[in-house]
Write a protein that binds this ligand. Structure first.
Ligand code: PMP
Length: 396
């Protein structure tokens, strides 16, 4: 017999979400997550994945994964510190450090885990963290887990950061101060102002932390936002995921050797959660190799991103202030945004509506994630559907 309190809690809250249109409906894919996907027997142009470079279905990564399964099996068998560290993990970490131009790197099972791991390994309740108000949920949760005081600053507002950091410093209430930001913000595609942030951090002795989940593989010839600004030796923590541009799963922290040593002895997902699988690790190694040896995929990604942006803008859509291939199409009102996305779906374009509370009220958007794997024909087809649905709903 299950708990009555739990049943009441679940029923009330699920009904509440459904009545507000905030209940996530999940569409299972019947195909790989490529530029075209199949759902319920129907094909869609996919503008919703983070598979920026198309590597999730890349033949070279699949071959590497298969070979690793043959050599090492399907599981690592233990947490890293017991005997779950395979030589593949060390090779991947070495390669990630080279990729990010840092002394060392440590791999985790997901990008989410990185933020759970890294922030609380260094920060505690005697400390404070200055955090961009639009930082990703995993950063927010990682900050909470550390029990440090969280001081949000206005999105990309470096004067607000400077003022709040100075106040925190002068208060004398905290041992350590950290500033933490996404490199690229996934809802708008805008980029953190890292040069200004570093200047403030140097003046006030702030620890610097950049989660570059959406910048790695995309900016800085693939090496990410920090490299894009030439700041590789100025950022203490560079976080990346292996699940977006790199196409697989996992995450990593890159930084100086001492920091990585510390994370290896103090970060809980490294100590208490089983290591990345051999297949994932080998596929990631191949993905990093590809990125380090060629910029062809980034060039295709940017060309496709620019093409889609220009096309949507020419049609008269509000595409916000993206500085990267992420292309929001801002509709505004929540219900209208959901309807817009639903009509795109019916017309064969898979582009998810993103509404409050993920983005501020009244800024509902359909977010487009073009990839290197899309063809011009696919993008043209998507644009003609956008035009049709935009006119039909009175948006254009
Ligand atoms: N950080 C940021 C900024 C992200 O956007 C995401 C993914 N949405 C993550 C971390 C989590 O990464 P992963 O999916 O690899 O767990």
């Amino acid at each position: 017999m299950s708990s009555r309190v739990l049943s009441e809690f679940l029923t009330t809250n699920l009904e509440d979400l459904k009545s507000k249109g905030l209940y996530n409906v999940i569409d299972p894919l019947e195909s790989p997550n490529g530029p075209l996907i199949k759902i319920a027997g129907k094909e869609f142009i996919n503008l919703s994945s983070n598979n920026y470079l198309g590597l999730a279905t890349d033949r070279r990564l699949k071959e590497a994964a298969k070979a690793a399964i043959e050599e090492f099996g399907v599981g690592a068998g233990a947490v890293r510190t017991i005997n779950g560290t395979l030589k593949l993990h060390l090779q991947l970490e070495e390669k990630l450090a080279a990729f990010k131009h840092t002394e060392a790197a440590i791999a985790y099972q997901s990008g989410f885990n990185c933020n759970m791991a890294a922030i609380s390994a260094v920060m505690d309740k005697e400390d404070a963290i200055l955090s961009d108000e639009l930082n990703h949920a995993s950063i927010i949760d990682g900050c909470r887990l550390s029990r440090a005081k969280i001081i949000p600053f206005k999105h990309l507002d470096m004067s607000d950061l400077q003022r709040k950091a100075q106040e925190a410093k002068q208060s004398g209430n905290y041992n350590k101060l950290m500033v933490i930001t996404d490199g690229v913000f996934s809802m708008d595609g805008d980029i953190a102002k890292l040069p200004d942030m570093v200047e403030i951090a140097e003046k006030l002795d702030l620890i610097t932390y950049v989660d570059d989940a959406h910048g790695s593989g995309v900016l800085g010839n693939g090496a990410g936002t920090v490299k894009h600004f030439g700041l590789s030796d100025k950022i203490d923590f560079q976080i990346g995921t292996l699940s977006k541009a790199l196409g697989v799963v996992g995450g990593y922290v890159a930084g100086r050797k001492e920091l990585i040593d510390w994370l290896k002895v103090r970060s809980r997902p490294f100590l208490f959660s089983t290591a990345l699988t051999p297949a994932d690790t080998a596929a990631c190694l191949t993905a990093v190799d590809i990125l380090m040896n060629s910029t062809e995929l980034q060039e295709r990604l940017w060309a496709n991103g620019n093409y889609l942006k220009q096309g949507l803008k020419a049609l008269g859509f509000n595409i916000g202030s993206s500085q990267t291939p992420i292309t929001p199409c801002i509709i505004g009102e929540e219900k209208q945004t959901q309807k817009f996305s639903q009509r795109l779906y019916e017309e064969g374009v898979y582009a998810k509506a993103i509404v409050f509370p993920t983005v501020p009220k009244g800024t509902g958007r359909v977010r487009n994630m073009p990839t290197a794997a899309h063809t011009r024909e696919m993008l043209d087809q998507a644009l003609s559907v956008y035009a049709k649905v935009g006119r039909e709903l009175g948006i254009l």
